[in-house]
Design a protein around this ligand. Structure first.
Ligand SMILES: Nc1ncnc2c1ncn2[C@@H]1O[C@H](COP(=O)(O)OP(=O)(O)OP(=O)(O)O)[C@@H](O)[C@H]1O
Ligand SMILES: [Mg+2]
Length: 273
């Protein structure tokens, strides 16, 4: 069942420039959906429309069946949607991890009796148990993103949005946050990954690729990422295995199907006679 349904959604900022032009998308409950697009393609604008931070001017957007422009829609987002931004420093309100989590719990009117178990539980999920009293300043980029994720997890969101959460951190931090997101998938949360990095979307259930203010293509990772011409057009890096697949094809070597991971690529090459 779709938890977010956008129909003919268009958006212009006050300068009149169209940023989103007739976007249609469905985000399915409990799945991981990626919004992939280069710098300035309108990803964050779309996210802001989804969470009601920007008003819908044209088209419609339903979230859990509620019109996002209605008070029920806004309430749903406030109660059930958690967002982790590119720069988590803008998200923390307290210098100490557990105090920061408590702030969110208080905002959501969670009973004080539950604070300690929710803090333990959410830090456990992001692999930061034992960091309760740590100062956020002392954390690495990846740890900060995970602490920001713990903040939102503590209030039990149904929908989790990661807006370029991996873009400012080193490879180790990136892989930490990606593992953390993979674990959340097992919990049946609806996850939205917003990114310009193709590596972040390979294991998504569904991808929307944005270009020219529109959805240029959509489908499973295999469907979207093996179409290198569209990726190229959208200004997205072509995954290395896809590049190799087409290079080999040009030389008359046909792999059985277009691989997305290095491991699959290696397996296919090894299986050639
Ligand atoms: N408040 C604003 N007023 C006017 N134009 C804006 C505003 N915010 C964003 N834009 C423009 O809208 C377009 C889409 O921006 P948006 O931030 O949604 O893109 P993005 O895909 O999230 O980019 P990035 O990868 O840099 O995060 C860009 O051309 C941007 O300059
Ligand atoms: Mg953005």
């Amino acid at each position: 069942m779709e938890i977010i349904n956008a129909v003919n959604l268009s958006f212009q900022y006050n300068n009149g420039k169209t940023v989103l032009d007739n976007i249609n998308l469905k985000i399915i409950k409990g799945k991981k959906t990626a919004i992939l697009g280069k710098n300035g393609s309108g990803k964050s604008t779309l996210m802001k429309l989804i969470i009601g931070l920007l008003p819908i001017k044209s088209g419609s957007l339903l979230i859990n069946g509620y019109d996002i422009n209605s008070s029920e829609g806004i309430k749903y987002v406030r109660d059930h949607c958690g967002i982790v931004f590119q720069n988590p420093d803008n998200q923390f309100v307290s210098p100490i991890i557990e105090e920061d989590i408590k702030f969110g719990l208080k905002n959501h009117k969670i009973s004080k009796k539950e604070y300690s178990s929710r803090i333990d539980e959410s830090l456990e999920k992001v692999d930061l148990r034992g960091y309760e009293k740590k100062s956020i300043n002392t954390l690495s980029g990846g740890q900060k993103q995970r602490a920001a994720t713990a903040d939102v997890l503590a209030v039990y969101p149904d929908i989790l949005i990661f807006d370029e959460s991996t873009s400012m951190i080193d490879p180790k931090g990136r892989s930490e946050i990606l593992t953390c997101i993979q674990n959340l998938e097992k919990e049946d949360k609806t996850i939205i990954i917003i990114t310009q990095n193709v590596d972040d979307v390979i294991d998504a259930d569904f991808i929307y690729l944005l270009a020219d203010q529109k959805v240029l293509s959509s489908g499973t990772p295999n469907e979207v990422l093996s179409d290198y011409k569209k990726l190229e057009y959208a200004g997205i890096q072509i995954p290395f295995p896809v590049r190799v697949y087409y290079d080999l094809k040009e030389k008359g070597i046909n792999l059985p199907y277009c691989p997305l991971s290095l491991q699959k690529l290696a397996e296919e090459i090894c299986s050639l006679d």
